[in-house]
Design a protein around this ligand. Structure first.
Ligand code: GLU
Ligand code: MG
Length: 458
């Protein structure tokens, strides 16, 4: 980042001060997401925003190795306490936080003191990969579905904070004010909510937001999760995005939707392939499908993620794809007749919300690009619950279960040269160190202990 860019950023921030002040903002929180999926923050008083936008605020390099419980997974060389980076917010995205009066938020990138990008910054990695897509003539539209549970009271035990059957009006009535406040807050933050509903599991709710370019979608996901948590605080509810809040039952997913576009044409519709896929969308999807075992190390990043990944839980644990198939890891969505050119997309179901959203989308874009480069082709789609096919048919059709442990996923990630070269050696080393450290921490832990230890972290 050179002087001219710093000046432009500072000017841009200055122009926004008046409106932020009028909205009652006194301080700005600048966030990034670490490799364990925790959103970390530094903040400044509002008057300091132009300086922050140009020069950032210091943050230790060790955050690349932070585990969810704040342990630092160093490599023994003793370098973690040494060095500093700058968190520089993207002020184009600054927004007053509706559920935290007086606060505004902006997503941030991490730069070196020299002004060079930090090579392990996940938001800058995603920006680079989206640029690579653009060089090849494509854009992507993406969104994260958010599933969460609310718990009543301050205790660490999970006490479903909303009661009534799944998807029921009873549940909505039961927490009508809270649900309204979540929707109001997101509207005030200019987030486009497409739908909201009570989900299946105890205390579970879900909302989905409109697709955006990948960096914006990851930013929005951070904002949505923080906002839901803040509204919960005001209502005496604790929020958990953990994939397994309570061991029995269904978990919280973090499904990702993605469509690929050239000019203004959705390549997931209007093609000659299955369900209207174009050859490009087929290859991109095939690149993702083939790499799902490795991508789980990014998208299902904790040992607790694997407590969710069970057949018959709509979590998509089979490495296959199918039209509207909720037990396939990749669910193809065409939309209703007549809406395909806007609506068609792939949904990756096996990921959860402990994942860093920038890394998840980076992984998907890198895998899709690899698929394009290889001219990969999707196998035959699956039109039933894969579990119903039986062992023999699964084997004959080459349909396998996705990794059932983080260890398995991590080994697949390490072995995948397309993903590791896109991420870069330093980020790969840090990611692997954090994952290994979490595996060690939970070695031999019971399912209940694992769920309890991770329930309130993210
Ligand atoms: N809660 C399920 C999961 O763990 C997803 C349910 C749905 O398809 O919406 O992914
Ligand atoms: Mg759902």
């Amino acid at each position: 980042m050179d002087t001219a860019e710093r000046q432009a950023r500072s000017q841009d921030a200055k122009k926004r001060l008046e409106a932020l002040e009028a909205a009652g903002v006194v301080a700005v929180a600048a966030t990034f997401v670490d490799n364990s999926g925790i959103t970390r923050v530094k903040s400044v008083p509002l008057a300091r925003l132009p300086h922050l936008a140009a020069w950032g605020v210091g943050i230790s390099t060790s955050f690349d190795r932070f585990r969810f419980d704040d342990w630092i997974a160093g490599d023994g060389a003793g370098v973690e306490p040494v060095g500093d980076l700058r968190i520089i917010p993207d002020v184009r995205r600054v927004v007053p936080l509706a559920a935290q009066p007086g606060w505004a938020w902006a997503p941030a990138d991490r730069y070196q003191q020299s002004g060079e990008p930090h090579d392990q910054c996940s938001r800058l990695l995603l920006t680079r990969l989206v640029d690579e897509l653009a060089r090849q003539g494509f854009t992507a539209q993406t969104t994260f579905e958010v599933e969460w549970v609310v718990s009543a009271g301050d205790g660490d035990d999970f006490v479903p904070g909303v009661t009534g059957p799944g998807y029921s009006m009873t549940r909505l009535i039961n927490r009508s004010d809270y649900c309204r406040d979540v929707l109001n807050a997101l509207r005030d933050e200019r987030v486009t909510v497409e739908q909201f509903h009570p989900e299946y599991a105890a205390g579970q709710l879900e909302l989905s937001v409109a697709p955006e370019d990948p960096v914006s979608a990851a930013d929005t996901s951070v904002l949505v999760r923080s906002t839901i948590r803040a509204v919960g605080v005001a209502h005496g509810l604790r929020t958990s995005y953990s994939p397994k809040v309570a061991v029995p039952g269904v978990g919280n997913g973090g499904h990702v939707h993605l469509s690929l576009w050239r000019d203004s044409n959705n390549l997931f519709a209007g093609g000659d392939g299955k369900f209207g896929l174009t050859e490009t969308a087929d290859s991109f999807s095939a690149g993702v499908l083939a790499r799902l075992p490795a991508l789980l190390a990014i998208g299902a990043p904790s040992p607790v993620s694997y407590l969710r990944l069970l057949p018959s839980h709509w979590a998509g644990v089979y490495a296959c794809w199918g039209l509207e198939n909720r037990e396939a890891a990749m669910r193809m969505v065409t939309g209703s007749a007549g809406s395909e050119s806007q609506a068609a997309n792939m949904e990756v179901k096996c990921f959860d919300l402990l994942a860093n959203p920038y890394l998840v989308l980076s992984g998907l874009v890198a895998a899709g690009l690899a698929g394009l480069g290889e001219g990969a082709r999707l196998p035959e789609p699956v039109d039933v619950d894969p579990a119903a096919l039986g062992e023999e048919a699964l084997e004959r059709r080459g349909i396998t279960r996705l990794p059932t442990t983080l260890r398995e996923a991590l080994d697949a990630f390490r072995a995948d040269s397309a993903l590791t070269s896109a991420f870069g050696a330093d980020l790969v080393a840090a990611l692997v160190a954090v994952r290994e450290s979490e595996l060690e921490l939970f070695d031999g832990a019971s399912d209940d202990d694992l769920a309890a230890a991770t329930r309130w972290a993210h």
